[in-house]
Design a protein around this ligand. Structure first.
Ligand SMILES: O=P(O)(O)OC[C@H]1O[C@H](O)[C@H](O)[C@@H](O)[C@@H]1O
Length: 439
């Protein structure tokens, strides 16, 4: 993976970071790297995530899902960190919904919301008797996930399918989901200890659907390991830290928003995964950098106007694979279009990428270029790990508590209280809402 931070330098962009400031920041990076290394060595909560490429047992995952390898569809039931990693990996490697049909892998459907219409659509679409269900919850108590799973289970029973035969559970050591798996003797995998959901993509949490689809999960872990080995005490030697440090540096200078723009349809979910990672880890104590999601080249024709000419509060992160399967644009004699003929759609996408980057630089807007070689298992594993390491580094530099999410849990308790799931003072706050209704 390669990161180019040139267009985030103060000489090119406002806000931007000067070379002197970057050199000073590099001293903080060295200290943060030491802290991260200590945390990893002690398997401390959160830091342990950066050991996953070594810790995750690919053979165990493959053996556990083997009885479901004939599945014609996969249904992941989870939310947040228990869904986005799997969706990101399966999409990047080919195998999300309809894309999967073209890619010859069982398509992955993700039930990560409790919108009844969405649930109904998915249950109508998947062949329940030939679907592998993967219910994923670290806590085993998340209301959305458990409710959806109860609905899926009921639908399978109604269709005469033995759901215990078609479900893999991924959960923590204890909790309702673990008890359910034990009671029905279902295949179950562990959410690794010490790893928050949003950092768990390179574990059973993110790898089960890819394993069922026959993707190279060893390759994903090897790519993660390659990024782990690239961690170094200077941002000038480590692409992941260069990205984390520059994001932090420009955020301190006013780039409160980080617009992530992959130039690959198969990385659309990556932007969603990144958004959870960045928002939930770094949005603390009045600090943080708001993730925005876009897709190149499509969103050049919508959001780019704002990114180039709106408030100077954004960093644009442009992500692309350097190689991709390509398709030639047919020659044409249509007047004014002949320049397109003979080049490829990939050439066009790359030209759009470079033109957008230049257009941001010409307007003094900071951007960072993140490139991977191609969209294969190793490069995807490397990208996910590097972004996690970048996030951990940013958290160290900002001195926030990267691995918790108290604000999210507040809302979870309030919703649970409202549904009669126990006494929670957060639920009482709902009744205190101030109204000023206009009809
Ligand atoms: O895996 P679960 O316990 O079901 O949690 C799923 C999600 O729940 C919360 O929203 C947390 O903030 C997320 O970080 C977590 O990924």
């Amino acid at each position: 993976m390669q990161v180019d931070i040139g267009n985030a330098l103060a000489a090119e962009a406002d806000p931007g970071i000067s070379r002197d400031a970057l050199a000073r920041l590099d001293e903080d990076v060295a200290r943060a790297h030491d802290r991260i290394a200590t945390g990893r060595a002690g398997e401390e909560f959160g830091y342990a995530a950066l050991n996953l490429p070594e810790r995750t047992d690919a053979a165990e995952i493959e053996a556990t899902v083997e009885p479901l390898s004939d599945a014609e569809a996969i249904l992941t039931v989870g939310i947040g960190g228990s869904a986005l990693g799997a969706a990101t990996i399966s999409e990047a490697l080919g195998g999300l919904d309809t894309e999967g049909k073209a890619a010859d892998a069982a398509p992955l459907y993700v039930l990560d919301n409790v919108d009844p219409a969405h649930v109904r659509e998915i249950l109508t679409e998947v062949p329940l008797d030939r679907t592998a269900v993967n219910v994923v919850s670290r806590s085993g108590t998340t209301a959305e996930t458990l409710s959806n799973f109860l609905v899926v289970r009921e639908a399978m029973e109604a269709a005469g399918v033995d759901w215990t035969e078609r479900t893999v559970v991924t959960t923590g050591e204890a909790g309702p989901l673990r008890e359910l798996a034990d009671r029905h003797d279902m295949p179950a995998l562990d959410v690794p200890t010490g790893v928050p959901g949003r950092f768990s993509a390179l574990s059973a949490v993110g790898l089960v659907p890819a394993a069922i689809q026959g993707h190279d999960i060893e390759g994903l872990l090897a790519g993660g390991q390659r990024a782990a080995e690239s961690l170094a005490p200077s941002l000038f030697d480590c692409p992941a830290y260069a990205y984390g440090a520059v994001s932090y540096g420009v955020a301190q200078r006013g780039a409160d928003i980080n617009a992530v723009v992959p130039y690959a349809e198969r990385l659309e979910f990556f932007a969603e995964w990144f958004a959870q990672l960045w928002a939930e880890s770094l949005g603390k104590d009045g600090l943080g950098q708001t993730p925005a999601r876009a897709l190149g080249a499509t969103d050049q024709h919508s959001q780019l106007q704002l990114y180039r000419a709106g408030p100077r509060d954004k960093l644009v992160t442009m992500v692309r694979p350097r190689e991709r399967a390509d398709r030639t644009i047919p020659e044409t004699d249509i007047e004014g279009l002949s320049y397109l003929g003979g080049s490829t759609l990939g050439d066009l996408l790359d030209a759009e990428f470079e033109a957008t980057e230049a257009s941001l630089a010409a307007a003094d807007r900071p951007s960072v270029r993140v490139e991977i070689d191609r969209l294969d298992a190793e490069c995807v594993g490397e990208l996910l790990y590097a972004m996690e390491a970048a996030c951990v580094l940013y958290g160290e530099l900002a001195n926030v508590s990267t691995f918790d999410q108290p604000a999210v849990e507040w809302g979870k308790r309030a919703a649970r209280g409202l549904l009669g799931g126990g006494e929670f003072e957060e639920a009482a706050a709902v009744a205190d809402k101030t109204e000023l209704v206009v009809e």
